[in-house]
Design a binder for this molecule. Structure first.
Ligand SMILES: Cc1cc2nc3c(=O)[nH]c(=O)nc-3n(C[C@H](O)[C@H](O)[C@H](O)COP(=O)(O)O)c2cc1C
Length: 340
């Protein structure tokens, strides 16, 4: 397998749903939701790209870091890289039938397992979306994190209990899907959650609870107060609300608020090992990767996903050597400089 062939194959299989551009910046797909783009003007997606580009590295090579450590333990599981596949659901709608829901989830989950990382899986109005994540657990016990829409708290607890019984590592809730119309139209209420509802969910579940879609320090603090185990700093790839900042722009202040109190994950246009290192320097413990791995899955199935993760690993290693970063744990902020 080589990179160009994988990209060409993805371009063909997507059938226009994603152009698999040489530079993925959210511009040609702006407004394509359903689809692979960002909502409305696409600004929240492009802000993710811009915020990452605004972070620059201090290149340093007078040091002894030849073989940096890329491995990390997250939620009790050892990972070869601080990377988790982001949940992507609604494959038939968003990817114009490039793959079935089950085949997509299986490619992502098994590709991640081959590369020594884990995957989150999605949820949506069709029961088969959440079910695909639970089904993937049959082959990869303990290596899947199903992410539930912000449904009624009792319903979330029920689905989280099903996930736990199926062997999930943890469960998540993408709280930024609180106004998702395709859920409400299908008669499945979603909405924002109060602090006491977050506490209720935490108290009635047994596996770690991750809240995805946090963009401010005060909400990160609220998650900590509720006993949440990890947050994902995310604007849902620009698909929830137009005109939000890029995640790399807000990660620093969120890290200041809760670093060391809850695990901090982040996503938003991460496409290279250097992007991963920037997010770690801004305070993330690990990153989620969505569209980049989706393209690999559509282009090359589970082998494509493993190949793409290997590419990220090599790039991360190179970026660590060239910034003198010895370990992915506790990456010092001094390796980066931020634009004004
Ligand atoms: C087609 C598509 C479907 C998605 N479905 C879900 C989902 O079901 N649950 C969820 O929490 N996030 C979902 N997301 C958001 C991703 O998990 C992620 O937050 C976002 O794509 C940002 O990462 P990226 O820039 O690396 O793609 C979806 C994103 C896309 C593009």
């Amino acid at each position: 397998m080589d990179w160009d062939t994988l990209q060409k194959s993805a371009r063909k299989n997507f059938n226009g749903a994603c152009r698999v551009c040489r530079v993925c910046n959210g511009i040609v797909c702006a407004g394509e939701v359903p689809g692979m783009g960002g909502l409305g003007t696409g600004t929240s997606f492009t802000n993710n790209v811009k915020a990452l580009a605004d972070v620059k590295f201090n290149l340093r090579t007078i040091h002894a870091v030849n073989v940096p450590n890329l491995a990390v333990t997250l939620l009790g599981l050892s990972l070869e890289l601080p990377v988790i596949a982001a949940p992507i659901g609604g494959i038939s709608l968003n990817m114009r039938g490039a793959m079935s829901e089950a085949d997509y989830v299986s490619a992502i989950v098994s590709g991640c397992a081959k590369a020594g990382v884990v995957a989150m899986t999605g949820d949506g109005p069709k029961p088969e979306i959440f079910a695909a994540g639970l089904a993937a657990l049959e082959n990869e016990k303990g290596r899947v994190i199903p992410v539930i829409k912000p449904r009624e708290p009792k319903q979330i607890v029920l689905l989280a209990q099903q996930a736990a019984a199926a062997g999930a590592l943890a469960f998540g809730m993408d709280i930024d899907a609180a106004a998702l119309v395709n859920m409400t139209r299908a008669g499945q209420a979603v909405g924002p959650k109060s602090l006491s509802e977050l506490k209720y969910i935490k108290q009635h579940t047994t596996i770690p609870f991750i809240v995805k879609g946090i963009m401010t320090g005060d909400e990160a603090e609220a998650c900590y107060q509720a006993g949440v185990d990890a947050i994902v700093v995310s604007n849902h790839g620009g698909r929830a609300l137009d005109h939000t900042p890029g995640t790399a722009e807000v990660l620093g202040e969120i890290s200041q608020a809760v670093k060391g109190k809850v695990k901090i994950f982040v996503d938003g246009a991460i496409q290279t090992g250097a992007d991963i290192l920037k997010m770690l320097a801004l305070g993330a413990d690990a990153v989620l990767i969505g569209r980049f791995l989706a393209k690999a899955a559509v282009g090359g199935g589970s082998d494509g996903v493993a190949f793409a993760l290997e590419r990220l690993k090599n790039e991360l290693q190179a970026a660590m050597i060239l910034t003198g970063t010895a370990d992915v744990k506790g990456v010092p902020p001094t390796i980066i400089r931020l634009s004004d």
